[in-house]
Design a protein around this ligand. Sequence first.
Ligand SMILES: [Zn+2]
Length: 379
Amino acid sequence: MTNAVFQLSCQRNNYPWGKKGQQSLAVKLCEKTKEYAEMWMGDYPDIPAKSLEIGEKLQTIIEQNKEKLLGKKCIDKFGGQLPFLPKILSIQKAFPLQGHPNKSLATRLHQKNPKQFTDENHKPEIAIALSEFEVFAGWKPLHEIQPLFQLQPLQRFLPRTHASFNDERLRSVTQTILQASDDVIAGTQKALATVSREEYGQQAYILGLLGRLQQQYSQEDAVASIYIPADGIHAYLSGDIIECMARSNNVLNSGFCPRADRDSIELFSASLTFSTHSVETMLLRSEPSPKSGGGKTLVYAPPMSEFNMILTALKESETETIRSVDEPMVMIVTSGSRSMKADGETHNIKDGYVYSIGQGIELVYETDAGLEVYAAYAE
Ligand SMILES: [Zn+2]
């Protein structure tokens, strides 16, 4: 039986006569009661991007114009679709502690359960901060994990044998913690909060996290950009980011989400890599992009082959040329405005505009007050 009075969640409807974005009262009011988490900017069918002009799905347009948009090189290497998926994420609270199966596990899972694991592909991803961004990624070095588990409340998760920590032991301890009941976790959290700062030693910052989070075995750092390998453990805690990943939507969830949404803990812990024990291995540093004509573009090149991301940052009255890449590209303006010359046309651009750029097209950006553009391209 329903309540007599309840709140409604209303949908937006897009017509060309409407006001744009935040200028629209319909949007502003609609947004007050909804969580907007992600914006997808690719041809992936779950949340497809469409041509603004003709309303057709990017996927359909690419299918009908493969040679022109993707080019032979990309088709030969990745098939007739974009091999990457860029997204904007706005994170208000920690989202599920997760890992994405690597290629061989993804293939097996897809064969067994294609409904849940829609892709045979791996899903390494990068994240670049657009605001202050907090993340758990990878593992602490073993020599920092070992003393933490000497804290009395954590000792219950250790196996009986008194071996020193190695990666396999960390895997089994992780599994034990994830399998613990909510009561045990709540009790552990409470007990950890009463342990004195001195006992935490160098890692006393963990005390500050306890109120917000359930897990204490990962690491936190203020970062600008990171690379998560296909089987790396991670959870984004807060902030706005631009993310790009290989074409896949496979995910194994555990922790920071309702119990019913958690995937098999055995599968989750078996799928993880334990090779990432330092912030250095996860940081993704930018370098000058060879595609830049004027030196105002940086490239983030993750250590695998599907895509790179470039960032063009222009100050007042500056211009930049992006040399034609022979792979398809998706770009988004994250701040600023003015114009982009491409394929003999000049497009007015401003923050929020997303373009699909076919292979072999040179771009020239111009701005009056400044411009910031991110673009992902196949690699
Ligand atoms: Zn992820």
